[in-house]
Design a protein around this ligand. Structure first.
Ligand code: ARG
Length: 568
């Protein structure tokens, strides 16, 4: 249960007003504290301490309160009864929302013919964890992998292949679909084409213009280009899946991106034209999204470029239209690099103007950059922009080194699970909006705020439980400070999940997990369990505590998409 909410509601009801309830770091004096008397004293025209002396006895009468004492200028510290904590904590924690919604989540959004890069790490990890949080709360979510499979990169890759193999039949306007073509692309080569073509185009205006023509023709159904595209699309999607699977994220509900959205462009254009929203600007078709109240530049939204080709903008608007039609969500939330903030503001305004979707129910969660130790965007050792595979590989190597230094032998699956936890936890524990430093050596440490530390704690609890059986119905009192601290931590899980959802703050889950792991380890050190001199009822009680702590920790770990190894 959500202990905080329970206590807070009861206090509010008793006092007939909404008070501020704090959870003190140090619980020696109370499990909760409130400044209610200090706030209420003003309107009551009373001295805060005097008022606190009137309020405290009322709170002490609540059936779950053991003690309500006054401190300082009028704070009231509330200590809960042990049996109440015990009863609440020994039931499974299961956060549920009272207001389930249908939510479309747009994350991942990888690109065809481009390998996944470091920027895709955060959208995948944060998006997936947010999805798991929403689902645990009982929301209906649909995850959309809005693949970049329709834009200029496709045309550049086609143009590049044409440059390498002009003899292939794909480039003819009379290509017959379905004819067998003896041509294969080496997967490791494919991802080089786009960067090569793109830098070549910068220096060769002719090639650039040709690529633009290809883009327009391709989007208008050129059979040869399309056949070639389908060939590299399949290879690219397979490579994408392989990399993504290393992150252990839930399967996407839809792997449908720009190309899928493009089918809806005609419908959307009708809506836009009917509302007179498309205007001509320098040969392009745009939607003016600027408002009189803007004090920052707000460029027009690009509906079609000067060659009439579809754009990132137009397919994104069409994607909203499509989602509305298919899922009819209450909200759509996008997870991308925060540098796309302007694009999304424009998109949301275009949705509002066209009445395709309610502006207030569109959200963009923009995340910061992953930097190296030098504070600049993380690069591989050879100085190249890091790919997602490079990051995961580097962390696997670091884990393997650390494990062998410690003299342990762990199998590859365990190494992978530790590396996964190291990468994901480190990402999740930072506020999404801020940049962070990525250092394979520090994220793999088994101590401190790291994924391996969290896993280690879970493995430790599992190993205790493997060695003993416990009585489901044990009741155990009184609780030691470390025991009650841990159980109160367990009882903060539901509130944390709810707040993480409400605040779109996946870091709350990661940091909660770390605090819980610390409470677990303190308890573990100070409260012997299986030792011979421990009395049977104490052992039974503590095993019960271990069990609920393990279950809660495992739920939190699952929200982050980590895997608990058998040993560490
Ligand atoms: N494919 C884009 C990228 O890699 C992100 C797409 C995000 N989603 C969207 N609906 N625009 O940068």
């Amino acid at each position: 249960m959500n202990l905080y909410k329970y206590v807070s509601d009861a206090i509010n009801e008793t006092l007939g007003t909404t008070v501020n309830l704090e959870v003190p770091r140090n619980r020696d004096f109370g499990d909760f504290s409130t400044n209610a008397a200090m706030v209420m004293a003003k309107s009551a025209g009373k001295n805060p301490r005097e008022l606190a002396a009137e309020i405290a006895p009322k709170l002490a009468e609540l059936d779950f309160v053991a003690d309500a004492s006054i401190a300082g200028p009028g704070f009231i510290n509330i200590k809960l009864k042990d049996d109440f904590i015990w009863q609440c904590a020994t039931k499974p924690q299961s956060p549920r929302t009272d207001t389930p919604q249908t939510i479309d989540l747009d994350y991942g959004a990888y690109n065809v013919a481009k390998s996944l890069h470091i920027g895709h790490l955060r959208t995948s990890i944060v998006g997936d964890t947010f999805n798991r949080i929403a689902r645990l709360l009982g929301h209906k979510t649909y995850s959309w992998n809005h693949i970049g499979d329709w834009g200029k990169p496709m045309a550049l890759v086609i143009a590049w292949i044409e440059r390498l193999h002009p003899e292939l039949p794909y480039f003819s306007d009379n290509f017959t679909p379905g004819i067998p073509v003896d041509f294969d692309i080496e997967p490791s080569e494919l991802n080089k084409y786009y960067p090569l073509a793109s830098s070549f185009a910068k220096e060769n205006p002719e090639f650039q213009a040709h690529a633009q023509d290809i883009k327009a023709k391709f989007q208008n159904g050129h059979a040869g280009y399309f056949a070639l595209y389908e060939k590299f699309l399949a290879i690219s999607m397979k490579m994408m899946q392989e990399t993504v699977s290393r992150l252990n994220i839930l399967p996407f509900d839809y792997d449908l991106g720009e190309r899928n959205a493009a089918q809806y462009l005609d419908d959307v254009e009708k809506i836009l034209r009917a509302k007179d929203l498309i205007v001509e600007s320098d040969g392009a078709q745009v939607i003016i999204v600027k408002r009189d109240t803007d004090n920052k530049p707000m460029p027009p939204y690009m509906w079609a470029d000067s060659r009439g080709a579809d754009t990132y903008d137009s397919t994104d608007l069409a994607a909203v239209y499509c989602r509305k039609k298919i899922d009819n969500p209450n909200k759509i939330i996008y997870f991308t690099d925060l540098r796309q903030g302007l694009h999304f503001e424009q998109l949301f305004r275009a949705c509002e103007l066209s009445e395709i979707f309610d502006y207030n129910n569109l959200e963009h969660i923009g995340y910061g950059t992953i930097n190296g130790r030098d504070g600049k965007p993380f690069k591989t050792r050879d100085g190249n922009a890091a790919g997602l595979d490079d990051i995961i590989d580097a962390v696997n190597v670091a884990v393997r080194e650390r494990v062998s230094e410690s003299g342990k032998t762990l199998d590859e699956e365990t190494i992978r699970a530790i590396a996964l936890a190291a990468v994901k936890f480190n990402d999740l524990m930072h506020d999404v909006r801020s940049d962070y430093i990525f250092d394979p050596a520090s994220v793999t440490s088994f101590e401190g705020r790291t994924g391996p530390y969290i896993l280690y704690t879970a493995v430790r609890l599992n190993s205790v439980l493997k060695r003993a059986t416990f009585d489901e119905n044990a009741s155990y009192m009184p609780l030691t400070p470390d025991e009650r601290n841990l159980l109160i931590g367990v009882l903060d899980f539901e509130r944390t999940v709810q707040s993480a959802f409400d605040n779109r703050a996946t870091d709350m889950i990661a940091n909660y997990t770390y605090d819980l792991a610390q409470d677990i380890n303190t308890f573990y050190h100070n409260c012997p369990i299986l030792r011979d001199d421990v009395a049977p009822d104490v052992r039974a009680g503590r095993l019960h505590i271990v069990n609920v702590a393990r279950d809660t920790l495992a739920m939190a770990i699952d929200l982050m998409g980590l895997k608990i190894p058998n040993e560490m």
